[in-house]
Design a protein around this ligand. Structure first.
Ligand code: PEP
Length: 239
């Protein structure tokens, strides 16, 4: 996806069903945005069969290894063979609940890129880090440790997801989003010498999507809760 369209990516997390996928198969192509749906692993096959072609399919995680004795894991190689194009890496839920470190995230990003898929790498600060005015410092550290070490010239998307905004109904104001995206974009573009799309994620919904998407350097949205309701998601896709 390399054009001027915004990217609307759905993170279904551990939700969804064959029924929901059938509902989403009725989505019509939005004029101004590209759409990615990241269902749980078990629904990747139905996504491929049921979703219209304009929707690209993503996974929510992968192993840093290619194959081997890693019970319960799924590699980027396997995802590539399952017609997945994108993989969310380093979501804050994985960082916190599954203790994924920047080092592990870097390895996963490398594996995804090596397998010719596009990583959507999540970064974001906690509420206490925000309150301590450490947002940019935290993001810089995450970018340095898990993104700029990677060797890529093409495939990379970054999602700025303030942890305190995920699933809470809270969002940063437009000024905060503008400042943060500008900072992230400058750093990434300078390092990689390409335009790296930076998505915003955290309580984006049908009501606030236009406002957020109109902020400078917001190249799209990563949507959790609101991506599970077809009507709402369709509205966001048409923002
Ligand atoms: C997410 O978890 O990536 C997310 C953005 O969730 P929500 O939209 O529900 O805040």
């Amino acid at each position: 996806m390399k054009n001027n369209k915004k990217i609307i990516a759905a993170n279904w997390k551990m939700n969804g069903s064959e029924e929901l996928m059938k509902e989403f198969s009725q989505l019509t192509p939005p004029k101004h945005n590209d759409v990615i749906i990241c269902p749980p692993f078990t629904l990747l096959d139905s996504a491929k069969t049921l979703l219209p072609n304009f929707i690209k399919i993503g996974a929510q995680n992968c192993s840093e290894e290619d194959n081997g004795a890693f019970t319960g894991e799924i590699s980027a190689t396997m995802l590539r063979d399952s017609h997945v194009s994108y993989v969310i890496i380093g979501h804050s839920e994985r960082r916190t609940l599954y203790r994924e470190t920047d080092t592990v995230i870097l390895k996963k990003v490398e594996s995804v890129i090596k397998n010719e898929l596009t990583p959507i790498v999540c970064i974001g600060e906690t509420l206490s880090e925000k309150k301590a005015n450490k947002t940019l410092e935290v993001l810089e550290k995450q970018i340095d440790a898990s993104i700029t070490r990677v060797n890529t010239h093409t495939r990379l998307i970054v999602a700025y997801e303030p942890i305190w905004a995920i699933g809470t109904g809270l969002t940063p104001n437009e000024y905060e989003i503008r400042e943060t995206h500008l900072h992230i974009k400058k750093k990434l573009n300078l390092h990689f010498n390409i335009d790296v799309p930076v998505l915003y994620g955290g309580s984006a919904n049908a009501e606030n999507c236009s406002k957020i998407l109109s902020v400078e350097n917001v190249d799209g949205l990563l949507v959790g809760g609101a991506s599970l309701k077809k009507h709402d998601f369709e509205m966001i896709c048409n923002c």
